[in-house]
Design a protein around this ligand. Sequence first.
Ligand code: GTP
Ligand code: MG
Length: 284
Amino acid sequence: MDIIQFKENIRNFSLDDGDLGSQGYTRVLLQVFGYTGHGSSSFINSCMYVLEEGENFKEHAEARETYYGLTMVRNAYPLTDVITIVDNRGCSKMDDFEKAEVYAQLGNFTPIGKKVEWRDNYKTMMGALEDTEPNFSDFIVPIFVYSARQQIPAGEKQNMKTFMENCRKMTGIVPIIVLTFKMKGDYLGIEKQFRLMGAETVIAIENYTMESTIKILGRTTDILMVIDTALRNVRFRLEQPRDPRRERIERKKVLFNYIHQIELHRENEKHKIEKRTYTPFPGG
Ligand SMILES: Nc1nc2c(ncn2[C@@H]2O[C@H](COP(=O)(O)OP(=O)(O)OP(=O)(O)O)[C@@H](O)[C@H]2O)c(=O)[nH]1
Ligand SMILES: [Mg+2]
C-alpha cells in the first residue's frame, strides 16, 4: 500500500463498516505505553505529523530526554473523528504494582487527563479503580513502545512474555510492538526476541522529533503501518459478535484478581522475612 492509500484508509475508517456494525463502540483508542524515555510521546507526535500535510512539525505531546520520566498525565490526542491516541505514563522499573497500573490504564480504568500515580498497595489501588467512571464505548488497541537501543535483559524475557499476555487479556488484542530508534539499534535482533515472546506484529520506526522533521518515504510508511495494523485488528475483532459491557466486566475481574495476587505474594514475602528475623538460629 502506498502512503496515499494508507492515509485514506485511516482518515475514512469507520466502526460501522462491518456486517455487524459498531456493536456499541464509538471510538478507537490507541493506547501507547512502555518504559519511560523509549519514545512514546514522540511516537504520538509522529502519528499526528504523518497524517498532517506539509512539514510543519508540531510537538503535541511533550517529548524530552529525562531521568525520571516526563509524561505523568494520561493525555489523549485525536487523530481523526473516530481514532484517538493516548499517551500513558511510562514505567520505570516494571514491578508488579507498576504493571497493575499499566493494566488499569490499558483497560481504561484510570481517567484520561489526570495525573497517574504509581500506587504500591492493594487498598489505594482498588479504591482508585472503584472510583472511575465506567467506559464501555472505546475499542482499545495496545501499542507497546520499546527502544531498539535497549537490549532486553535475559532474566526479563519470561516476565515480558507474561506481561504481554496480560495486556492481551486486558484488551483482547496482542500488543503491537513499535521499536523506536530504528537507526540507532539492532532492531532486527530485538524484533526476533519480541516475536519469540509472543508478539504478532513488530514494526521498527524512526520517530519524527524536533531535531528531525524532514518527511522521508520509508519513515512515514513505517509509522502509518502501525496505525493501519491497529485498525485491521479492530476490523477483525468487530467481525465477531461483541458485548462491550460484558468485556469490561471480564477485564475488571482479571485486573482485580491480578492486584489481589500480587498483594498476597507481597504479604507472603513479608512473613518469610519476619520469620527469618525472629526464628532463632537452629544450631544456636
Ligand atoms: N533519534 C531518535 N530520537 C528519539 C526517537 N524517539 C524518541 N526520541 C528522543 O528520545 C527522547 C525521549 O522521547 P519521549 O518521546 O519523550 O519518550 P517517552 O517514552 O514519552 O518518555 P517519558 O514521557 O519520559 O516516559 C526525546 O529527546 C526524543 O526526541 C527516535 O525514534 N529516534
Ligand atoms: Mg512521554
